[in-house]
Every structure is written in C-alpha cells, then in structure tokens.
Design a protein around this ligand. Structure first.
Ligand SMILES: NC(=O)c1ccc[n+]([C@@H]2O[C@H](COP(=O)([O-])OP(=O)(O)OC[C@H]3O[C@@H](n4cnc5c(N)ncnc54)[C@H](OP(=O)(O)O)[C@@H]3O)[C@@H](O)[C@H]2O)c1
Length: 316
C-alpha cells in the first residue's frame, strides 16, 4: 500500500471508530438515558419497564410502586412528581397519611396521562361502615383530584368491616374503583370477610420484609388467588436492614445495594412492593432491580434473616 493510501486507510478507520463511539454513546443515552449526578453519586437513569401482575379481577398492576407514608406538603408533591418521572406508575397513599392533596398535586405536576397511573388509597378506621366509607371515598377522590381510583383498600380490619366492604363493592361495581382490597388482615380476618364478600379482595397489603417474611400469609393468599403486597419493604431501615451483613454480602456479589437486593427479593417472590423515598437518588436506585437475579444460595441466606415478627410493634 502506498503511503498516501495508508494515510487514507488510517483516517477512514479512525473516522469509523469515532462514528462507532458516537453511535454507541447515542444508543446508550437513548436506551439508558443521561447519567445524572446527585451529590457525589452518579446514577444511571435507565428507561424502566416495570413488569405487571394480573389481579384476580383481570386488572393489571405494576409489581413495584412508590409509597408515600410520612411524606407531606412540598416534599411529597416533589417526590411523587420525581417518582413518576423516574418511571414509577403505581402510587400508594392513604387518607390517614394526610397527604392525598399533595400526592394529587404531584400527579398534576408530572403531567402524566392519568390512565397510565395506578393510584391506590385506603379507607381509614374512622370511616368504617357503609355510609362513612362512601363519604370517605368521595373525600379521597376530591383530595387527589381524580375521577376514579385504581385500587382502594380497607386500611385496617377495625370497626364495621362488613359495611365498609359493601360500600366498596358498590363503588367497584359503579366503576369508581377498578379494584378493591384489604390491608393488615390476618388469615382469620380474611376468612371472615370472604364469608360474606360478593367481590373477592384482589390484594392484601401487609408488613413484609427480610425480617418478617410472612411465609404463612404468603401461602394462604396464594391459595385464595389474592395478591400479596409488601408495606415497609425495607422495614423503614429498622434493625439495621440497610447495613445488614448478609444483605451487604449479597449486594456486593451482584454490584447492587442492600435496598436493591431487598426489592429484588420481593420481586422474585412475586410480591408487589411499594418502597418510599424522598431522595431522588434512592427513588431511581430502587427502580434499578430488573437487571440481576438472586440465586438459590442468596435466597437461602435471606431466608435466615426471618425473625417472623413485626418491626412495628407500636402499630399492632
Ligand atoms: N397498609 C399499611 O398499614 C402501611 C403501613 C406502612 C406503610 N405502608 C405503605 O408502604 C410504603 C413503604 O413503607 P414505609 O414508607 O413505611 O417504609 P420503607 O419503604 O420500608 O422505608 C422507607 C425508608 O427507607 C429509606 N430508603 C428508601 N430507599 C432507600 C435506599 N435506596 N437506600 C437507603 N435508604 C432508603 C427512606 O429514606 P429516604 O427518604 O432518605 O430515601 C425511608 O426512610 C409506605 O410509604 C406506605 O405507602 C402501608
């Protein structure tokens, strides 16, 4: 090859290499989004596809959502908007959290099409009973500035549960709620409800995390084809969950965080989890659980962490 041809070949190759780098960067940014810098932590904001579960009435629900307990005012509004922007579609609130208005404002701020969201709220104990439940529901809708709810739960099995359930069944049949369910019901309380229910609950939302794995309730709910949903999937970090030695070892093995390992564990069990965070870095981190898999040894180790008791004794 002449020296001129050699030069041409080198510049052609270098052009192709540079183009390939740009193309790769383009694909990376297109597919995975811009890496963002939060404090001194770089987070890849990936395009997330959250798998759905199909509830027993045919309605689909994302298996991972965003919890809002303890968030209020501006922080709540901003966190909800950020969560939606990061890719969450399932939002969990409740009348008793006192933040339904802020959640509603966060939804509006996000600009998302309402139909793309799955919004859950809960009937509080003070509103138990047929008449009160109907009023409680209307108040929830008004505060959230929504026309319908995707899921409405009896928050706790207290008061006139039968009356509450009848009201919720009617609202469901009228199309004001796409699915109805329960929260904090044990198997005996569930049986009582099933003895008179015309509409079977789609979900039971209960405390579930590595320290309280709820293996019995998990089995019972499966038998009834009722989806289990985990509240406090991190036990709110109680009992050192985020720094737990076993979870840390598993996290290091997969290049993930203990939060991500916890959420992946719920996901692999087929349990819907609704982690809460007020920090964008965590909001994004908690979605990034679909690119690794816990193996059977990891699962066995996590099973050893079960203390089989609540980490929230003040709520029982
Ligand atoms: N049905 C019921 O009776 C019931 C009861 C309790 C809760 N819930 C629902 O379940 C949702 C979740 O439960 P929860 O809010 O009690 O607790 P949680 O989700 O187990 O834990 C929330 C805590 O974890 C921290 N956190 C989140 N992501 C993190 C990460 N990647 N790394 C380190 N820390 C992280 C948060 O702090 P930062 O803000 O600093 O990230 C916050 O302090 C609630 O928000 C609510 O919607 C329902």
């Amino acid at each position: 090859m002449s020296s001129q041809n050699q030069k041409n070949e080198i510049s052609r190759r270098s052009f192709l290499q540079t183009s390939a780098k740009f193309a790769a960067a383009g694909i990376y940014l297109g597919v995975f989004g811009m890496p963002e810098l939060f404090g001194n932590v770089v987070v890849d904001k990936k395009d997330v596809q959250i798998p759905d579960v199909k509830l027993n009435n045919g309605v689909k629900m994302p298996i991972l959502g965003f919890g809002t307990y303890g968030l209020s005012g501006e922080v709540c509004q901003q966190s909800v908007a950020e969560a939606i922007s990061a890719g969450y579609r399932l939002l969990d609130t409740a009348k008793v959290y006192g933040n339904e208005e802020a959640v509603g404002r966060g939804i509006k701020q996000s600009g998302i099409d309402r139909k793309k969201l799955f919004v859950t709220s809960k009937l509080w104990v003070d509103d138990a009973g047929y008449e009160n439940a109907k009023k409680g529901f209307e108040e929830t809708l008004r505060k959230l500035q929504l026309e319908y709810l995707d899921l409405y739960l009896i928050h706790r099995p207290r008061g006139d549960v039968k009356g509450s359930w009848k009201a919720m069944e009617e609202l469901y049949k009228a199309g004001k709620i796409k699915a109805i369910g329960i929260s904090n019901f044990d198997p005996v309380q569930l049986d009582a409800l099933l003895s008179y229910a015309e509409v079977k609950p789609v979900i039971n939302q209960i405390e579930t995390h590595a320290y309280f794995q709820q293996t019995n309730d998990f089995k019972v709910l499966k038998q009834h084809n009722i989806q289990m949903q985990a509240w406090a999937p991190f036990a709110e970090g109680r009992n050192g969950l985020f720094t737990n030695e076993i979870l840390t070892k598993i996290a290091q093995k997969h290049g993930k965080t203990t939060a991500q390992v916890s959420l992946r564990w719920h996901y692999q069990r087929g349990i819907v989890a609704i982690p809460r965070s007020s920090q964008k870095v965590h909001i994004i981190e908690n979605l990034d659980i679909f690119d690794f898999k816990l193996d059977s040894a990891d699962i066995k180790e996590i099973e050893k962490l079960d203390l089989n008791k609540t980490q929230f004794p003040e709520w029982t």
